[in-house]
Design a protein around this ligand. Structure first.
Ligand code: SF4
Ligand code: SF4
Length: 130
């Protein structure tokens, strides 16, 4: 898991637990034409999307300072089957469905903290400055 800058030991331990559990979930059979990406800047962490996901690939990302108060979610892009059920049911309209390649390319810019091992907006900025 990348360094997400957790300042709260409980949040960090929850994030590590999620990363470990993710590794136990079964892999997807084939890549879909589209993937769901969470724009974490607009995510309230309400968890409404999670219950709709048929493959349980939306992970909770604990908040950096306050585990539950600042939580958001993240789609595990390696497991998403592109069904769009989460996007249709997000009350805050913060889940774009993007063509596969575009999703892989643009997801880091929409990701503030990752528990799925993907790059974040901070990583993209650091790479651009290097
Ligand atoms: S339903 Fe939308 S706002 Fe709520 S946790 Fe999911 S992505 Fe975030
Ligand atoms: S598009 Fe479907 S499989 Fe992908 S995260 Fe949303 S609900 Fe889950």
């Amino acid at each position: 898991m990348p360094d997400a800058g957790y300042k709260n030991a409980f949040s960090e331990s929850k994030a590590s637990e999620t990363a470990r559990e993710r590794a136990q979930k079964p892999p997807r059979k084939k890549a879909p034409p589209k993937l769901a990406v969470i724009n974490q800047s607009g995510c309230t962490g309400c968890e409404a999307c999670i219950v709709f996901c048929p493959v349980d690939c939306i992970e909770i990302v604990p908040g950096v300072d306050h585990t539950q108060m600042q939580q958001v979610v993240e789609v595990d892009l390696a497991r998403c089957i592109g069904c769009a059920l989460c996007a249709k049911n997000c009350p805050w309209d913060t889940i774009p469905m993007l063509p596969y390649e575009q999703a892989i390319k643009e997801a880091p810019q929409m990701t503030l903290i990752s528990v799925c091992g993907q790059k974040t907006a901070k990583d993209v900025t650091s790479e651009a400055a290097a």
